[in-house]
Design a protein around this ligand. Sequence first.
Ligand code: G4P
Length: 194
Amino acid sequence: MNCLEKRILRDGVVKPNNVLKVDSFLNHQMDVQLLDEIGAEFHKRFADCNITKILTIEASGIAIACSVARCFNVPVVFAKKSKSINIDGDVYVAEVESFTHKCKNQVVISKSFLNKDDRVLIIDDFLANGCALQGLISITESAGASVEGIGIAIEKGFQIGGTIIRNLGYRLESLAIVDEMDAEKGSVRFREQG
Ligand code: G4P
């Protein structure tokens, strides 16, 4: 069991409707030492990819992305969520639907910060239905850059996102894959990973 899985068992809280709260260490209060361990692990897994940029989406992806970026010594770019329809031609745009929040957001990245020579590692805290990830992939490809890999802290293996992204052929690594959780018992079952 890795450090993130151990921490989820210790401090994660299973809520009804298959929501896992990790806000005491990952996405509200943040344990920076844990973030650094996560960064080092992604660095190890994608060390062969000549990554030039870490890409994430606001808000909760940013902290993890920064830890990863420090290990690769490359910049982080985060997609901004925007409700604005006045988007000019200087940005790449993708539409992202949130099933959890039942809303649509446009996410944007300035064309100045992503170009065809970039080899991108996409990082995020959660993968559920994969909409955010598909938006980031679409933006990367609009820029002519390549998606070298995708690193997720917590994948909810019983939701569809991981299957969609793997079937599209992307190299997706999730540090903890939750296959089952039970709010009444407070239990979490992780997928065994080699
Ligand atoms: P998707 O991005 O994979 O399609 O998932 P979905 O629309 O279902 O998720 C919407 C938001 O809820 C995402 O954050 C996602 O990270 C988060 N989320 C999904 N499942 C869980 C969960 O079990 N626990 C927690 N804590 N978060 C979950 P977001 O809207 O982009 O918000 P934020 O990054 O600004 O926090």
